[in-house]
Design a protein around this ligand. Sequence first.
Ligand code: ZN
Ligand code: ZN
Length: 183
Amino acid sequence: MQKSEPTRSAARLGHLEAAVRKAGVKLTHQRLEIFRELASTEAHPDAEGIFKAVRRRVPTVSLDTVYRTLWMLRDLGLVVTLGPNRESLRFDANLERHHHYVCVRCGLVRDFDSEALNALRMPAAVKAFGSVVEAQVEVRGLCERCQSQRSPRAKAEDEPRFAQLKTAGLKGPEQKRKGRRSS
Ligand SMILES: [Zn+2]
Ligand SMILES: [Zn+2]
């Protein structure tokens, strides 16, 4: 898996440690190793992937500990999750604004920046749901590796994939639904 530059991953790790300490959570050796794994990769791993990587260094770590640590980080707003339309939830320690490239075949996920996409204007249909906190573009396709494993004909059939818009922070409808249930 491709690792991010050492300085960036060190900065992310430092940020995670400091924020967790500030939240009053005890920094155990296992938790620290889970943070280290998460901060060092841009592969957007799922819990299983993190578990397997951490287990190489900390054989006593359990999948349960990995899950609990990841949910703790998510509750603290220190990682974001990608999904929910993938089989397994993936975790992302890159909290800077970015977009994703997703391979529809092998599930590879990569970050990319784009000022043009950051400046996307929301259509009225989205605004009708409620406020928009941010919009993240997910571009789907076949990654280079998967493409090279396919025949030219199969490649052509897979070609017309398109970008999907995901919006976060659309609290309006959710609250409305809750309101209806309680009344
Ligand atoms: Zn692929
Ligand atoms: Zn990402």
